[in-house]
Design a protein around this ligand. Structure first.
Ligand SMILES: [Zn+2]
Length: 571
């Protein structure tokens, strides 16, 4: 074989579905769908854009992704090396391609994710690029089409990757307010933080044939439940059957369906309110730690030790705080759609004489309590109950206080059937625009999207020995290290402690704990927490609603541009 002869594997490829040997050009002509069995081969972003847009109409947005390594993450390989390899392997700068284009003559802004680039993971640069695409749609008064393909948040960027769920969601919220159509096209696979934000909080959700979408991945669910998964679990048809997508569309009909949607919504009247885009705030200067209530003691403790403290069964729960730090708690139950989740508690209470709505994850101290509360892992009903209470608070003009203590959202089969991803996504979006003050306190474990579903707030407080992370150290170790026993190393790499997150600007204030930890003196901890929440709420009471919401959105917009502002603090 000479150097110029085409190699055998470039001419032919074997179908993963039916094992037929296919002539590559024939497969291409068929939009990379197997002509024999109909399997949809995964597409890179450039191919996807070629298939969807009018020829020659695509104009990439000028934004270049920043080089981001906000927490200096190293597993067995430094994170920047993984980025370099992904760029070399794909020819792309990041895991998303954004631009303007026409579809059947209709203008639109598109953001298309590419799974080949680090599993399409959502990091700060990806969040920023998609946010800018949404802002371009707002400026152009054009619809936004998001094509998703992602394993979830990019854990090498720690909790800042989690913040991207809020950053992009608030950009989607701005398009909602402006009366501009948003469409997401779920392609295989779409999971985790992407599924639980902009993949599902758009106006129209389309699943491409063969796509799978869910909050928790099948491997995690099998591990947690110890059971085999039902046939067809999380597939496009499953999603349609469970009311989670508007339609399932085969690849050859996708462009036509998008054109029809754009045509059908084009004549819509602009709404009365004109939404303004949120300006990108300047990189955040390091904020000095609040000196009052005594600075937390030396925190040279190993992060893994902090993880264990955060999970201590003697730690006060949300109901303990409601009892000791608040007055007159009246618990409200139910999501009004068919369930009441025991892992989330909420209701009306008073703090320092002022009425507030308190919503928190509920764990327990004994095994029986923990089991009854599903270990503080909220179901979709729990997230929808929280959403109902947030909206009720807004109607009554009450501030919202959230108490976050969860290993993560419920990763069960039932939770997926009931739309866990969309339930989380809707809470995150609702909180970015809620017209009332919101103060969140990470009291124990702030686990991933389940934590963020209650933690998009004007002020985010964190107990000294709490942790807040995009993934559990065990989960991170299982993926990036040879095995789960590397969890202590992963805990160090993830920067999940209160001082780390305070430096990164994710947390505004650290609430000190008694010497041995919150479980040593729950009452003292509750008093300190109550005082801290009262003080955080005080300056928010008189802020006009529009200003309040704008500042909250800026707070989370900042994390899109993050890298730069956060980088110096992490070293
Ligand atoms: Zn086939």
């Amino acid at each position: 074989m000479t150097a110029t002869a085409p190699r055998e594997e470039q001419l032919w490829s074997r179908c993963a579905g039916c094992a037929t040997l296919l002539y590559r050009k024939r497969l291409r002509r068929n939009l990379d769908v197997c002509p024999e069995c109909g399997v949809h081969v995964r597409l890179g972003a450039p191919d996807r854009l070629r298939q969807l847009t009018d020829p020659g109409s695509f104009r990439p947005l000028p934004d270049r992704p920043a080089d981001v390594d906000p927490i200096g993450f190293v597993d067995v390989v430094p994170y920047p090396h993984r980025i370099t390899a992904a760029r070399a392997g794909t020819g792309l700068a990041e895991a998303v391609l954004c631009g303007t284009a026409a579809l059947g003559g209709h203008p639109a802004v598109l953001a298309v994710m590419d799974f080949r680039f680090l599993g399409g993971s959502l990091g700060c640069a990806v969040g920023e690029l998609i946010t800018r695409a949404a802002e371009r749609a707002l400026d152009d008064r054009a619809p936004l089409i998001l094509v998703t393909a992602s394993g979830g948040a990019r854990m090498q960027e720690g909790v800042l990757s989690l913040m991207q769920m809020a950053t992009v969601s608030q950009a989607v919220a701005a398009l909602r307010e402006a009366g501009l159509l948003t469409i997401s096209v779920l392609t295989d696979p779409t999971y985790g933080g992407v599924a639980a934000s902009f993949a599902t909080n758009t106006d129209v959700v389309i699943a491409e044939s063969g796509a799978r979408m869910g909050f928790a991945g099948p491997r995690v669910i099998r591990q947690v439940t110890g059971r085999a998964l039902p046939e067809g679990f999380q597939t496009a048809d499953f999603l349609l059957r469970h009311g989670q997508v508007d339609m399932v569309v085969p690849r050859r009909a996708l462009r036509g369906r998008l054109v029809a949607l754009l045509a059908a919504t084009r004549a819509g009247r602009a709404p009365a309110t004109v939404t303004q885009r949120i300006p990108v705030p300047a990189a955040r200067p390091a904020v000095p730690r609040q000196p009052d209530r005594g600075a937390p003691g030396p925190t040279a403790a190993d992060p893994w030790a902090t993880v264990r403290l955060a999970r201590h069964p003697g730690r006060p729960t949300s109901l303990d705080y409601l009892d000791a730090a608040f007055d007159g708690f009246v618990e409200l139950h139910g999501d009004r759609l068919g369930g009441d989740c025991p892992a989330v508690v909420g209701g009306l209470a008073r703090l320092a004489g002022r009425p507030v709505m308190v919503i928190g994850h509920q764990k327990g101290h004994t095994t029986a309590e923990l089991v009854a509360r599903n270990f503080g892992m909220a179901s979709p009903a729990g997230h929808r109950k929280a959403l109902r209470l947030m909206r009720l608070a807004a109607r009554l003009g009450l501030p919202v206080v959230t108490l976050v203590d969860t290993p993560g959202a419920d990763p069960g089969v039932g939770a997926e059937e009931q739309g866990q991803a969309a339930a989380i996504a809707e809470n995150i979006l609702a909180l970015t625009v809620l017209p009332t003050p919101v103060v969140a306190v990470i009291t124990g474990e702030g686990g991933s999207g389940g934590a963020l579903a209650l933690a998009v707030a004007d002020r985010v407080l964190m107990l000294q020995h709490a942790v807040y992370s995009v993934i559990s150290p065990e989960g991170c170790a299982a993926i990036l290290w040879p095995d789960r026993s590397a969890a202590p190393e992963a805990a160090r790499a993830l920067r999940l402690t209160a001082p780390d997150l305070h430096r990164l600007g994710v947390v505004d204030e650290i609430v000190p704990e008694p010497a041995g930890g919150a479980h040593d003196d729950p009452d003292a901890t509750a008093r300190t927490l109550g005082d801290a929440v009262r003080d955080a709420l005080l300056p928010l009471h008189d802020v006009p609603t529009a200003t309040l919401v704008r500042r909250r959105r800026q707070r989370f917009r900042r994390f899109g541009a993050a890298g730069t502002g956060a980088r110096t603090g992490a070293r």
